[in-house]
Design a protein around this ligand. Structure first.
Ligand SMILES: [Zn+2]
Length: 132
């Protein structure tokens, strides 16, 4: 479907195509200033559908392979049944709903707008909700 490509592109444009690079220290300071010390309550926004989720929200999907870090790079729709997640392909999503979707930041389309520089490398991460 044509909307598939248009949607990805319009999200890229709404990000300004810009990636924000932060050191891990800066990233943690920013997260704490927005949401407090407990990372489980930090809110991350999916760059594709705009759904907001916290690491805490992923806890219940542990059996399916989710962990708290999932919130930084996966849309929670990945852990929901097909009927409850939006997407572009009717084979594995319900095309009638918009969010959450099944996006993952480590896939083919790298849309995660925040790059965190850590000692062991760089990770691409969803933006904090409210910091766009
Ligand atoms: Zn999403």
């Amino acid at each position: 479907m044509a909307t598939h490509h248009t949607d990805y592109r319009s999200n890229l444009i709404s990000n300004g195509g810009l990636m924000k690079t932060l050191s891990e220290k800066e990233w943690i300071a920013l997260g704490e200033s927005l949401f407090g010390k407990d990372m489980n309550n930090w809110k991350f926004k999916c760059p594709v559908c705009g759904n907001v989720a916290t690491p805490e929200d992923f806890r219940k999907f542990k059996d399916q392979g989710a962990d708290p870090n999932s919130a930084t790079c996966e849309c929670i729709g990945r852990y929901l049944p097909k009927e409850q997640r939006g997407g572009f392909c009717s084979d594995h999503a319900n095309t009638k709903i918009k969010q959450p979707c099944d996006y993952a930041g480590y896939g083919l389309f790298r849309l995660s707008p925040v790059e965190v520089v850590r000692e062991d490398g760089r990770i691409h991460c969803f933006a904090f909700a409210g910091d766009e």
